[in-house]
Design a protein around this ligand. Structure first.
Ligand code: NAP
Length: 269
């Protein structure tokens, strides 16, 4: 029977859907959590810090949606598997997984230790692999699903001191395509959001440094960082019926950085 709901609701509503957002205690994850709650989803709010998780949950409940707090350190594979099991058990279903949590240690290559490498790799790359693997059977059993990875402009644009983080993000962009191909027959669409420079706690050291902030503003055609809320629209598109035939894509949100630069804009330092 044809769905007679208005077009926008048919395409973008997440009523009845459950989403797990990793790193929802952080800047971008928190904004996505609130946006998905407003679109009607039940939101699994993941992080490590109880107080920050609770703050995101309060924002979700303030818009009349259901929030499920979930705590896990993604540094271990078993914790990743348990997180997916807990999310499914507590929400009753798992339709959408947003792999958003990540960490960084900015150092030149010559200063990176084995421990630094393992630390960044475990959260940013290995966790995403095994979270997705654990989510797959639940999505398949539910008739389909959506996986959205959050990568970084470092997939395409090298910055010094960002070697390990950049490698993990490059790996996510490739994983997006393989998952999309393997899981397309199960009606699971897998896509990746690649943010440029967004104002959050993770990027605070950059924006707090006047020299770096000035250098960046000169290179961002829109001349400013994005606010986390500016990622919500794309995430909703990739999580909803509106993207039923979009899979394996990596979509950049960068205010024009990768489009090019201007001769006339130098940093004012
Ligand atoms: N901000 C930017 O300019 C920018 C640019 C490109 C890409 N990104 C990407 O966007 C995503 C979100 O970044 P953000 O800027 O919103 O960062 P953020 O505010 O620092 O938030 C990071 C989130 O990840 C969680 N997290 C970190 N390590 C974890 C671990 N080992 N186990 C479990 N959770 C962990 C944090 O949890 P706790 O609250 O417990 O610390 C927090 O919820 C990341 O994938 C990042 O790489 C950001």
């Amino acid at each position: 029977m044809a769905n007679s709901a208005p077009l926008l609701q048919r395409l973008f509503s997440l009523e009845g859907k459950s989403v797990l957002i990793t790193g929802a205690s952080g800047g971008i994850g928190g904004a996505l959590a609130k946006g998905f709650a407003e679109a009607g989803a039940t939101v699994g709010v993941h992080g490590r810090d109880h107080e920050r998780i609770a703050a995101t949950c309060r924002e979700i409940e303030a818009v009349g949606a259901k929030a499920v707090p979930l705590t896990a350190d993604l540094g271990s594979v078993s914790a990743c598997r348990d997180l997916i099991g807990d999310a499914h058990a507590q929400m009753g279903r798992l339709d959408i997984l947003i792999n958003n949590a990540a960490t960084n240690r900015r150092k030149p290559i010559t200063a990176v230790t084995e421990e630094d490498y393992e630390f960044v790799y475990a959260t940013n790359q290995r966790a995403i692999y095994f979270l997705s693997q654990a989510a797959y059977p639940f999505m398949k059993a539910g008739g389909g699903g959506k996986i959205i990875h959050v990568a970084s402009i470092n997939v395409f644009y090298a910055l010094d001191t960002v070697s390990v983080y950049g490698m993990t993000k490059g790996a996510i962009a490739q994983l997006t395509k393989v998952q999309a191909v393997e899981w397309a027959p199960d009606n699971i669409q897998v896509n990746c959001i690649t943010p440029g420079f967004i104002r959050t706690p993770l990027s605070k050291p950059i924006w707090d440094d006047p020299r770096k902030a000035s250098w960046l503003r000169a290179r961002i055609p829109q001349r400013r960082p994005a606010e986390p809320e500016e990622l919500v629209g794309l995430a909703l598109l990739l999580a909803s019926q509106a993207s039923s035939y979009i899979t394996g894509q990596n979509i950049v949100i960068d205010g024009g950085v990768l489009a090019g630069g201007s001769w006339d804009r130098d940093g004012d330092w």
